[in-house]
Design a protein around this ligand. Structure first.
Ligand SMILES: [Zn+2]
Length: 462
């Protein structure tokens, strides 16, 4: 016969030592006059976690081989914690003809219906216990998330915060704010990450500040004071945010914009993604020919396309656009446009609406957690609030896009002097702050050298 013992790591305190289980089982074997062929012991494994139990597997194999005729176990919950495991065990015993499964709380005759039913009930209860145990742990995390205290689980302190996870760690907080500001102004993650890396700054675990790592860092809601539970933003936290919630929202919208992913791969030329073909509306793409850099309409390669030959020299166009943008920055037209559309009241109104709705979502989460409303009721109400918050956030982002411009406006002349020393990404940021897109008309004058300004129609943002 076989003895089976298992120790599980149980935080509720009813941990039963393997030694005690084995001692009691041996005593039972002796009382019955059964010879113990082998003791099977699994250590520190919760059967519910789905981890392998090597000794249990071996026991099942030996039962199937008919080399064991009885099993003694302290309690059935040591043997199985999931009903499916019990069914498997019962099936193996039935095939092997083993009917003596003894627990110290009573003997189970696997062949009898009653014994099997009792075992099944016990297994179901044990499964439920494991379920509620993990529910209790999840509930605890939700509670912590709801009270707004920082999440203390998981290894290392987050970048930008001290060990208490609530007080900003200034040397890193400064870097974070700088990176956020530069990305908000339109600089690429690659460019910003490279400049951080160049200064020898790394993540909290000494990891490299790659563009991907920087993106993850900038998107982390805790950095702008948002509490998150299982990917769901629950409201504001008690800790000090590194940047304002508004800037955090703008970062999120910017970095999660689906159009961004497409642009990133294409960003080799200054005006990639910003040029439209006047004839077909397609975006012009970089399309070098020999040593000449060119932007060409996507349709130009097909044989009978109306856009065949629709391309423009990149060097000339880039110089022309840069010049136009820098002039625009110093133009009274832009200053007028800025002051006429800037409505500080509107920003305030939108901001207030967003915080009010976020607070309502907090209340809802609390009501759901307390059982005052059902999951469905919570979901319906939350979805409506989320939709409204999203709309307001987009409106806010449109209004606050001027922020990027504020850094450049009136500085056209200075920027012109620095232009050649700026990175491609910084140049792109400046251009995008003023320019929505440029329509490129087909070439009219054959053999024209240089750039025909007639072909270039800029669409200014303001
Ligand atoms: Zn075209």
């Amino acid at each position: 016969m076989a003895l089976y013992a298992r120790i599980s790591r149980d935080p509720s305190g009813d941990m039963l030592g393997v030694t005690r289980q084995l001692a009691d089982c041996r005593a039972e074997a002796e009382r019955r006059g059964w010879a113990v062929a082998e003791e099977y012991v699994d250590d520190d494994t919760s059967a519910y976690s789905g981890k392998k139990r090597p000794s249990y597997e071996r026991l099942l194999g030996d039962i199937a081989d008919r080399s064991r005729d009885a099993v003694i176990v302290y309690h059935l919950d040591r043997l199985h914690r999931r009903p499916v495991e019990l069914e498997n065990f019962v099936a193996t015993c039935t095939i092997a003809g083993l009917t003596d499964v003894v627990t110290l709380t009573g003997q189970f005759d696997m062949a009898s219906g009653d014994g099997l039913l009792q075992a099944r009930v016990l297994a179901a209860v044990a499964a439920n216990e494991s379920d509620s145990k993990s529910r209790r742990i999840k509930r605890k995390f939700l509670e912590l998330a709801e009270t707004g205290t920082p999440y203390m689980g998981g290894g290392h302190r987050p970048f930008g915060y001290q060990e208490d996870r609530a007080t900003p760690y200034e040397p890193e907080a400064v870097i974070f704010r700088e990176a956020a500001a530069r990305v908000l102004e339109g600089e690429s993650l690659y460019s910003v990450a490279a400049s951080i890396e160049a200064r020898g700054i790394s993540g909290t675990k000494g990891s490299k500040m790659t563009p991907t790592a920087l993106r993850t860092l900038l998107l982390r809601p805790r950095n702008y004071g948002m509490r998150v539970h299982q990917g769901q933003i629950l409201g504001t936290g008690t800790w000090e945010p590194l940047i304002s919630p508004e800037d955090g929202e703008r970062l999120r919208l910017l970095l999660t914009d689906p159009a961004r992913r497409k642009n990133r791969a294409a960003r080799r030329y200054l005006l990639s993604g910003m040029l439209r073909c006047d004839r077909c509306g397609a975006t012009l793409a970089s399309s070098p020919r020999g040593t000449e850099r060119r932007y060409a309409c996507g349709l130009q390669t097909t044989k009978h396309s109306p856009c065949k030959g629709c391309y423009i020299n990149a060097v000339n166009l880039e110089a022309f656009i840069a010049d136009a943008v820098l002039l625009r920055l110093d133009s009274p037209a832009l200053t007028d446009a800025m002051t006429s559309t800037e409505d500080p009241g509107q920003v305030q109104v939108l901001g207030d609406q967003i915080s009010a709705d976020t607070a309502r979502m907090d209340d809802l989460a609390a009501m759901f957690a307390d059982g005052d409303i059902s999951r469905d009721e919570w979901k319906v109400a939350r979805d409506r609030l989320e939709a409204r918050v999203e709309t307001n956030r987009k409106a806010l982002a449109r209004l606050t896009r001027h922020d990027a411009l504020e850094d450049y406006i009136g500085r056209g002349e200075t920027l012109r002097e620095q232009w050649e020393t700026l990175s491609l990404s910084q140049q792109v940021a400046i251009i995008k702050a003023v320019l929505e897109y440029v329509t490129i008309k087909p070439a009219m004058r054959r053999g024209f050298q240089g750039l025909d300004p007639e072909r270039v129609v800029p669409q200014w943002r303001l």
